[in-house]
Ligand binder design. Structure first.
Ligand code: MG
Length: 270
């Protein structure tokens, strides 16, 4: 059963998404060579709480950080710690907030200092893969249309999508139905209805799609040691398209079949 949120519930999710987006903006400003992942985590914790939220990942299944910070060949779920960011690193920041009991989930990839052209191309393709997936969201579309669009876009560029980890429904829990894979055929899975809310999150590898979890039981890395990138938004199905909830100004992030799309979410993300 996939929940459909009322307008009042969506307003709360929008508030949660706004806190998350503001916190992520603060993190982006703090990323620089020489900074530890512990420091980025501290800024996340402080910013989320100062905006009236709680970090959703802290304590989740025993996770010790407030957010996930993953570098280079690390795909997701990296634990913040003493690691120092270095020039050329590819940093993935995955952040979740709870506001008034409602969850939002969001991720982005940023370069630390100057990154290679290869890393920049992967980052750009992954962000666009998220856009491509989001544009599939509308009532009557199938969940798998999102993954199909993401996979087609990514593989046409010579990259691969991670299979073991998927996006998800979100609401009063971090992970709800349905699963939202970044691969698959069109026309499968549940049909989208207005009020459903999905965390769409392509994880894109420079090399093969295979990943494994490190002995710390959290950090997921590429099997071939090549780079990975990750972008995520929490997205609601509207009556004619989608609304991205994890933005600082919500009205800038709507899209739909009647051509009312105002600005692309990339701009809204700043
Ligand atoms: Mg997620």
């Amino acid at each position: 059963m996939i929940a459909c949120r009322s307008e009042q519930e969506l307003a709360k999710m929008r508030a949660s998404g706004r806190v998350n987006a503001q916190a992520l903006a603060a993190l982006r400003a703090r990323v620089a060579p020489g900074v530890t992942t512990r420091e980025i985590n501290r800024v996340a914790e402080e910013t989320i709480r100062s905006l009236g939220g709680e970090p959703a990942f802290l304590g989740y299944n025993g996770f010790s950080g407030s957010i996930c910070l993953s570098l280079n060949e690390e795909v997701v779920h990296g634990i913040p710690g003493e690691r120092v960011l270095r020039d050329g690193d590819l940093l993935k920041m995955d952040i979740g907030s709870i506001v008034d009991g409602w969850y939002s989930d969001m991720a982005c990839t940023v370069g630390v200092g100057q990154i290679s052209a290869e890393a920049a191309a992967l980052l750009e393709a992954t962000e666009e893969a998220l856009n491509v997936g989001i544009r599939e969201v509308r009532p009557g579309a199938h969940v798998s249309d999102i993954g199909h669009a993401v996979q087609s876009y990514v593989e046409a560029r010579g990259y691969s999508v991670v299979r073991q980890l998927v996006g998800h429904g979100i609401g009063q829990k971090l992970h709800e139905e349905p699963q939202v894979p970044n691969f698959g055929k069109r026309g499968a899975g549940a049909k989208l209805k207005p009020g459903m809310v999905l965390a769409i999150e392509p994880m894109v590898n420079q090399g093969g799609w295979q990943v494994y979890t490190k002995p710390d039981k959290w950090t997921v890395v590429t099997a071939d040691g090549k780079l990975s990138a990750h972008f995520e938004h929490t997205v609601a199905v509207t009556h004619d398209g989608y609304e991205i909830l994890t933005v600082i100004e919500g009205s800038m992030a709507k899209g739909g079949s009647v051509g009312t799309q105002t600005r692309r979410h990339a701009e809204a993300l700043g």
